[in-house]
Write a protein that binds this ligand. Structure first.
Ligand code: SF4
Ligand code: SF4
Length: 458
């Protein structure tokens, strides 16, 4: 565990959606698939149940099953039922949609409690889509799957990966999606990961040339009533569409062109491979978006949450969920000791991947993940933050001061009061730390009471 942060508040959060990766396999062979490689994964239903409970414990109220392709997991209907039983109010599946084409599976999933389908389509017609998936006939099957999902009453949102091959013809796809009752459409710039590492040149789009075509297509679809979003593109190439940008993990920034850019905190930049190949000539801090990115309201906010992005990689699955096992049990006791339950606690990590050998994260790794953490804090707006251990405290506060100096007083991060205490794993190693941790948490409880009450007092 590389440093945890608790966001404490007195209600279940309704923020971003959780993802749960059911399996690694998929019968498509997309040219840009980021899931390629890594160890095979196929969760049992017991494992699914345990992870769903843990996600509820972290405060998530919505979840999307991902893969590979989750419809290729024989237990998907049971997993959906388990999610609804666990209290998730929205349950989605991120899929190529081919296995929905007969209609029976879509109907069964809807009956089990699935609410939405996040379907991938990369061009209108076999010539384009099948070229991207590597599977002849996949467009016809995915299109039939889309229709079956609509017939079953599921909300369908579509993601299209922008590539060198489809950029100029997305306008046709947008109109077709509108005619099929698709609720929302997102065009995504791919990450240079997985299969795309070997295929950068033939697949990756030149952004300055192809993004304008994509934005034109999005504008047409929007006029026809489809909610549109864009993901993974630098803000300065989006013009007014910067307001339609979904949040995305940071990639890289041009050392001089992005220097001092006012939009940088909310911009994902571009992949380092892209910068190395094209020098970032298209980027300009002077064209950075002035307005808020991704400030959606009502139905658009709900639709935007359905685009959960790529499923987590194989390494994250090996790593598992935060705060499970003995340290997790102890954390639950600590939280309960101040009259909260785990559903009132939002748990985040300083870095989103485990550093090799479980070593402390290095400064560049902390810096790379910091925008994520800041976005989580801004979204959850906890009444109080608790940094668990030295690594979390130092990373949150941007200091190398020892834990002993950081404990014992109220600090502040992004306008939220912060208390530093020991990591549960340290308490397992040294029982003498339990008392000072208990004292820290009593002070946190008093602050929570002063700010509106704990979960059990409401
Ligand atoms: S991108 Fe998605 S649909 Fe395509 S091969 Fe990968 S997991 Fe399957
Ligand atoms: S110049 Fe600004 S908006 Fe453009 S890529 Fe760099 S940080 Fe993002």
């Amino acid at each position: 565990m590389s440093g945890g942060v608790l966001g404490l508040r007195s209600a279940v959060m309704s923020g971003p959606r959780a993802t749960l990766r059911l399996l690694s396999s998929c019968s498509n062979g997309c040219r840009f698939c980021a899931q390629r490689g890594g160890e095979p994964l196929r969760l049992t239903l017991d494992e699914v149940g345990a992870r769903l409970r843990a996600l509820r414990g972290e405060g998530f109220a919505e979840v999307t099953f991902t893969g590979g392709d989750p419809t290729e997991h024989e237990g998907l209907c049971d997993a959906v039922r388990a999610a609804r039983s666990a209290g998730f109010t929205a349950v989605g599946a991120q899929t190529h949609g081919r296995r929905l084409r007969e209609g029976a599976l879509a109907a069964d999933l809807a009956t089990a409690g699935l609410t939405d389908v996040h379907l991938s389509l990369h061009g209108l017609g076999a010539a384009l889509h099948d070229h991207h998936t590597g599977v002849p006939g996949s467009f016809a099957e995915s299109a039939a799957g889309l229709s079956a999902a609509r017939v079953a009453g599921l909300t369908v949102v579509v993601n299209t990966v922008l590539t060198r091959s489809n950029g100029r013809s997305l306008g046709e796809l947008g109109g077709w999606l509108a005619s099929r009752g698709v609720a929302a459409w997102c065009v995504s710039v791919p990450r240079v990961a997985g299969a795309l590492r070997e295929r950068f040149d033939p697949v990756f789009p030149r952004l300055g040339v192809l993004l304008p075509h994509a934005l034109h297509a999005l504008a047409s679809a929007q006029r026809e009533g489809v909610a549109v979003f864009v993901r993974g593109a630098p803000g300065c190439l989006l013009g007014p569409f910067a307001a339609r940008a979904l949040s995305d993990a940071p990639r890289a920034y041009h050392p001089s062109r992005c220097e001092g850019c006012p939009a940088r905190a909310g911009c994902c930049g571009v992949d380092p491979t892209y910068l190395a190949r094209f020098a970032g000539d298209e980027l300009s801090a002077g064209r950075a978006p002035k307005g808020a990115r991704g400030a959606f309201t009502g139905r658009e906010a709900a639709l935007s949450r359905m685009f959960v992005g790529e499923g987590p990689g194989a390494e994250e699955d090996r790593q598992g969920l935060p705060f499970v096992g003995r340290a997790g049990e102890l954390l639950t006791k600590i939280v309960q000791a101040i009259d909260l339950d785990r559903e009132s606690v939002y748990i985040a990590n300083i870095v989103k991947c485990r550093p090799p050998g479980n070593r402390d994260p290095q400064p560049d790794e902390v810096a790379a993940c910091r925008p994520f953490l800041e976005a989580q804090i801004d979204l959850v707006r906890p009444a109080v933050l608790v940094a668990l251990g030295r690594v979390a405290a130092q990373a949150l506060l941007g200091t190398d001061a020892p834990l002993a100096r950081l404990r014992g007083s109220w600090l502040e991060v992004r306008g939220v009061p912060l208390r530093v205490t020991y990591h549960p794993a340290a308490l397992l190693r040294n029982a003498a730390l339990k008392r000072p941790t208990w004292e820290d948490m009593q002070i946190v409880r008093d602050r929570l009471l002063a700010s509106g009450g704990t979960a059990r007092s409401r």
